[in-house]
Design a protein around this ligand. Structure first.
Ligand SMILES: *[C@@H]1O[C@H](CO)[C@@H](O)[C@H](O)[C@H]1NC(C)=O
Ligand SMILES: *[C@@H]1O[C@H](CO)[C@@H](O)[C@H](O)[C@H]1NC(C)=O
Length: 441
């Protein structure tokens, strides 16, 4: 009797451990996803899968999906239903920003679901999800902070998310004994904190994460690092280096400094683009978001800018002044630069960057805009001052006799006073005078 009750207790204990042996992964604090695979599903390879998703109610929605990218993913999105419970919406990821409702996925919301304080919890079972329960599979997750959706329709429109996270679940380690809701006990009380698959790591063999059955796929960490480098490199190129090198031109009047720095920004821009393509490709958003499309357009359009710059330079050397090509070079560059800066902002939005990043980006962009504007105004004022000075020393009759509109006033004054002939086609001989900042840019 005594022995048998001990055995019964041991069995109960063992089965309670096994019972809760689902896997859990928390994407951030309180944004967690658990999956339990009943033995019967594990042995047959298909059948019911028990999910639990929790998120703070300060998020509009929280979604997870199979696979490593949205395109082709079977997704489950939870949001509040407006009457104290949650809506679980199965969706088919198309790679477009909003996955559409997928009624072919059979989902049933279970006990223990609801809104408790500032946490929403969805316990649900899916009977026909095509996923690998015998080894590690990749999953994606995303969430959006914002006001509660309060929508009981599984077709509610959700706003675009920021970043996606991906990880691996080894569902062979997520086996639960019974084919029933593992997230509540017999009394219907929530059992979430007994899950041995969660971060308490009891019996966990995967000590690196302390989280049995969760495989932090190298890909996602990698993608994140690449994304940071992409953002940094592209921002330095568009927000700092390009306007800086641009404003240096009229201030210093040294074309090779301008060209050298812009070449550097050009190279950085392409490195940033390459990294961006890698991230977009990994997350399946390539050419599907304004950021990736606009970025590609700007980068490709930028190919012509060094060509325009070189043509402008040749024109300047020949005619000692700006021509139509100069204005093409200047305005083409300004428009692309502005689009690049805007696109950086879109990128931060897409990546769901923290407000610190956004403020820093806007501040640096604002400062560079002011530096650029002041630099250009200073250069213009200097230019008009030197024109005035030159014109005050000149009779109108002399000006009208000038054969070259763009020739240098000082040179012509020397010519008129018999000190030498103008040589307007040999600009390189006049580095000091001709490439002076007042005239070149
Ligand atoms: C939410 O809905 C499920 C399924 O109908 C139910 O079992 C659960 O008790 C509900 N939760 C609340 C808080 O009403
Ligand atoms: C598991 O994670 C939760 C939330 O981060 C935390 O509150 C809890 O203390 C953790 N448990 C253990 C055993 O580390």
């Amino acid at each position: 009797m005594k022995v048998s009750s001990r055995i019964a207790a041991a069995v109960a204990l063992a089965s309670s451990f096994a019972y809760a042996d689902y896997v859990t992964n928390c994407l951030t604090d309180n944004v967690c996803i658990s999956i339990g695979v009943p033995e019967v599903t594990a042995s047959s390879g298909s059948g019911n899968l028990y999910f639990q998703m929790t998120a703070p109610t300060s998020y509009s929605w929280f979604g997870i999906g199979t696979g490593s990218r949205m395109a082709g993913s079977s997704m489950f999105i939870i949001y509040t239903d407006g009457s104290g419970n949650v809506t679980v919406s199965p969706r088919a990821g198309t790679g477009h920003s909003q996955p559409s409702h997928d009624s072919s996925l059979s989902v049933e919301v279970l006990a223990g679901s609801g809104v408790d304080g500032d946490t929403m919890t969805a316990n649900f079972v899916v009977s026909n999800l095509d996923t690998d329960v015998a080894s590690t599979s990749t999953w994606i997750g995303a969430y959006k902070s914002g006001s509660s959706l309060d929508d009981s329709s599984p077709e509610a429109s959700i706003s675009e998310h920021g970043s996606e996270t991906s990880w691996g679940f080894d569902l062979s380690q997520a086996t639960i004994t019974d084919d029933s809701n593992p997230y509540v006990d017999a009394n219907g009380d929530t059992t979430t904190d007994t899950g041995s698959g969660s971060n308490d790591s009891s019996g966990g063999s995967d000590s690196s994460s302390g989280n049995t059955g969760v495989v932090d796929s190298g890909g996602s960490t990698n993608s994140k690092t690449i994304m940071y480098i992409h953002a940094l490199v592209a921002s330095v190129a568009f927000v700092i280096l390009m306007p800086f090198a641009s404003v240096l031109m009229p201030l210093l009047g040294k074309w090779y400094i301008h060209a050298g720095l812009q070449l550097l920004s050009f190279v950085l821009m392409w490195i940033g683009f390459g990294l961006g393509v890698k991230v977009a490709n990994d997350t399946g958003i390539i050419f599907k978001q304004t950021h990736t499309i606009l970025g590609t357009v700007v980068i490709c359009a930028m190919i012509f800018q060094p060509v325009f710059g070189w043509l402008h330079h040749l024109h300047y050397v020949k005619h000692q002044g700006r021509g139509a090509i100069s204005y093409v070079h200047i305005w083409y560059g300004r428009v692309l630069m502005a689009l690049g800066v805007i696109n950086g902002g879109l990128g931060l939005k897409l990546a769901n960057a923290g407000s610190g990043y956004k403020i820093a980006y806007a501040a640096v962009a604002g400062i560079m805009f002011v530096v650029y504007a002041i630099g250009k105004i200073a250069a213009n004022m200097r230019k008009s001052r030197s024109y005035k000075k030159a014109e005050m020393h000149e009779e109108p009759s002399q000006r009208s006799r000038r054969p070259y509109n763009n020739s240098d006033e000082a040179e012509w004054r020397r010519y008129e006073s018999g000190q030498g002939a103008p040589q307007p086609y040999e600009g390189h001989r006049y580095e000091g005078a001709r490439y002076d900042s007042n005239r070149y840019a």
